[in-house]
Design a protein around this ligand. Structure first.
Ligand code: SF4
Length: 80
């Protein structure tokens, strides 16, 4: 059965409120984290983490950077 909540929530800074205080946190949760498979599959954090096993904390679900750019940046920074 499909899980409504993203499986990455335990470690995700968006879901865990590290970004709390920003006006977007609850919107992100509604649109991505708690919106089932279709929701998280639109999330850039989820896509990057699925591809390489982790995602930099500053990447937002609706990042304007492409997945390839983010992964390239991670490689350049020695994070992967
Ligand atoms: S921001 Fe993305 S990766 Fe993080 S919990 Fe929400 S859907 Fe999952």
């Amino acid at each position: 059965m499909e899980t409504a909540i993203c499986p990455n929530t335990p470690k995700c800074p968006i879901f865990n409120g590290i970004l709390e205080g920003t006006q977007y946190t609850s919107t992100y949760k509604r649109l991505y984290c708690e919106a089932g498979k279709a929701g998280r599959e639109k999330c850039m954090r989820y896509k990057v983490a699925t591809a390489v096993g982790k995602c930099p904390p500053k990447v937002l679900p609706n990042s304007t950077k492409s997945m390839e750019e983010i992964i390239s940046d991670m490689r350049a920074a020695g994070e992967i």
